[in-house]
Design a protein around this ligand. Sequence first.
Ligand SMILES: NC(=O)c1ccc[n+]([C@@H]2O[C@H](COP(=O)([O-])OP(=O)(O)OC[C@H]3O[C@@H](n4cnc5c(N)ncnc54)[C@H](OP(=O)(O)O)[C@@H]3O)[C@@H](O)[C@H]2O)c1
Length: 339
Amino acid sequence: MKKYNVCMVGIGAVGTEIVRLLRKRNFPLAQLTAFATRERTEMIDDLPVDVKVATGPESFKGYDFAFFAGTEGAKGASKTLGWGAAEVGCCVVDNGDDFRMDPKVPLCIPEINPDALKNHQNFIANPNCSTAIALMPLYALHREAKIKRIVCCTYQAVSGSGGAAIRELENQVRAWAAGQPIVHEVYPAQIAFNVIAQIGSEAKDLPGYTSEEAKLGRETRKILGDDSIRVASTCVRVPVVNGHSMALHVEFHHPLSPERAREILSTTAGVQVVDDLSKSVFPTPLDASGKYDALVGRIRPDTSVENGLSLFVSGDNIWKGAAQNAIQIAEKMIELGLK
Ligand SMILES: NC(=O)c1ccc[n+]([C@@H]2O[C@H](COP(=O)([O-])OP(=O)(O)OC[C@H]3O[C@@H](n4cnc5c(N)ncnc54)[C@H](OP(=O)(O)O)[C@@H]3O)[C@@H](O)[C@H]2O)c1
């Protein structure tokens, strides 16, 4: 079996899980290199990982795949290094937002739109974490009854903001328990024992919404290949370490009963139905953490609209929302003979 040279750019919350999952999934690895902003050796589960600094396209020569998990924006890793890596033949799988809506960049969830990978130009985008988790149950229901409109309220973990945010929540909880002043730097308000109704900055193209809320709509339309789907969302940061959850209220073109939805979802790849209200069985972010599947429950009619269905989903934002989906993209490309 062929083995692949892999590198990753960024070894924070997502990069660390990429290393763990490459090992856990027995990815056919020949060589693994990590790039970040400074050289050092990082210990991941007692195994040393050498971290280097990438200087330009030449740093990516000889690599088959590069998982980008650095910071976003003009000076971020993907904008400065991504296309250079692609041009020297390395297939970039980018976790950030910089190129997701670029028409020449496939935005892919392998269970949903693997065909998007065909005709790739060595640059693939991984969706936003909330979009990836929400679409795991929704794509199968869309195929059955065609989605008209989604109202989505998220409950997003601090790990979605990277390693510094996890430390901020932990430090605030310790300070609270010790009766000390609570300091916040990563978030605009205290996150311990609080919720924050702002994720990202103000959206340029959607007045009144945040950038995270805008991503949910446009990425859903691109991945499902349906520009007619309307999405309204409120994205909220909650004091959960890992695992994003969301309440989804979905209006379909055609009728879809909760029983039929449960039947479909029980055979949907990447989804696990966890749904028995009489026994207080429903998804939680703690249960979803460290699982490949998105957990779905609280499946019930949305009686406020015709053909409406409500559901609650929890998923591991660092796994399916980032590292796992990125690796699945590489695995799918190998399976399809695209690399
Ligand atoms: N966390 C999530 O749930 C999630 C989900 C989906 C997508 N994403 C996206 O994934 C990316 C990484 O997120 P994260 O949460 O892992 O962030 P993080 O914990 O803050 O880690 C960022 C890593 O990127 C490295 N880095 C930053 N700028 C770089 C550059 N110009 N060149 C090379 N390396 C650079 C940093 O290097 P040093 O270690 O040397 O400082 C660090 O290792 C972001 O684009 C984020 O939006 C995150």
